[in-house]
Design a binder for this molecule. Sequence first.
Ligand code: ATP
Ligand code: LTN
Length: 330
Amino acid sequence: MPLEKKRVFSGIQPTGNIHLGNYLGAIKNWVQSQEQYENIFCIVNAHAITTKQDPHLLKQMTYNLAAMLLACGIDPKKSILFIQSEVNEHACLAWILDCFIPMGEMSRMTQFKDKSQKNAHNINVGLFNYPALMAADILLYDTDYVPVGEDQQQHIELTRNVALKFNTEYKTVFKLPEALIPKQGARIMSLSDPEKKMSKSDTKPHSIISLLDSPDEIFAKFKRSTTDSLNSISFNKEQKGVYNLLSIYQLLSQKTKEDIEKEFFNVGYGELKKRVAQVVVEYFAPIQENYYKLQKEQDYLHSILTEGANKAREIASHRYSIIKECVGLL
Ligand code: ATP
Ligand code: LTN
C-alpha cells in the first residue's frame, strides 16, 4: 500500500491584487508541491471582513482571486479550492476555540498590533479574534502542513497551542500542524521601505509589485525602489533593499547566488533594477494571460469553487461533529 499523502492547508485573503510577496512566500510553493501532498486551499473571505470591505467588490475580488490562483497553476484535479464562507463549520469551530485561547496569548499577536495601527478607526473584535478563525481553518481538516510566509508563524504557534490544550483536556482530536516557511522568499520587502514587508494594504502603490502590473508599471516601480549608497551588489543582508531585489531575481530566474553575484560584478544599481524588472515581466506575462482568460469564465470558476466547497464541507462537517461531541454541544 502506498503511504498516504500528508495534507496541506493554506489560506489567502481576497483583499486586493496578489503581490510578489504573496506569490513568492506562499502561492509558488503551493503550486510546486501539489503533487507531493493532498492540498486544500481556501479563499478566506470571512477574514477579509475584519477590515472594511465594499460588499459588491468583495464578491468580485473573491472570484478574481480564484482566477488568479488557477492562473498561477493551482490545479483543481490535484487540489481543493474553495471559499471559506461556503463552509459554516469554520465559524462554528472558531467559536469553540475562542473559549480555549487565553486572552494573554491572543493579545500578543503582532499582526493584530500592526493591523490595528493601520485601521485605528476600526479596531473590531473580529480583527482581534482573527487567529482563532485561522486556527479553525487549519484544525478542521486534520492538517499536517501549512505553507505560509514568515508573518504567519506566530498564528500557527497559537494554532498548535490551542490544539494541544484541547487534546489534553478531552482526547486527541487535533493533529498539531507545522508551518512550512520557505528558506527564501518568506518575507519579500516593500520596494519603498525595505524595513517593512510588502503588504496588500500598503497605502503607497509603488511599494508593491502586483501580479497584474503592466510592464511599464513594473519597470517604473523597480526604478524608484529604495537601495543604498554603497554601490555594491551582493547577497549582504545588511543592504536590505539590494538584498530584496537580488532575492526576487534569484527566485524568479532560478540562478544560483554565485552566478548572480558574478553577473552583477561591476554593475550599477540602475542596471540591477532593470534586470530584476525584466525577469518579473517575463515571469508573470503568461500568468497574466491565463488570468484574463479565466476571469471571463465566471461559470467555470463557479463550478470549481462549488465542487471545492462540497469536498471541503464533507471533511469539515465530519470533523466538526467529533469536536462538538467532545465539548458537550448538541
Ligand atoms: P494584508 O496586507 O491584507 O494583510 P497580505 O499582503 O499580508 O495582506 P495575505 O492574504 O494576508 O496577504 O497573505 C497571503 C499569504 O502571503 C500568507 O501566507 C502570507 O504569509 C504571505 N505573504 C504576505 N506578504 C508576504 C511577503 N511580503 N513576503 C512573503 N510572504 C508574504
Ligand atoms: N492569516 C493568513 C490567511 C489565512 C490562513 C489561514 C493561512 C487565513 N486562514 C489558514 C494559512 C492557513 C494571512 O493573513 N495571510
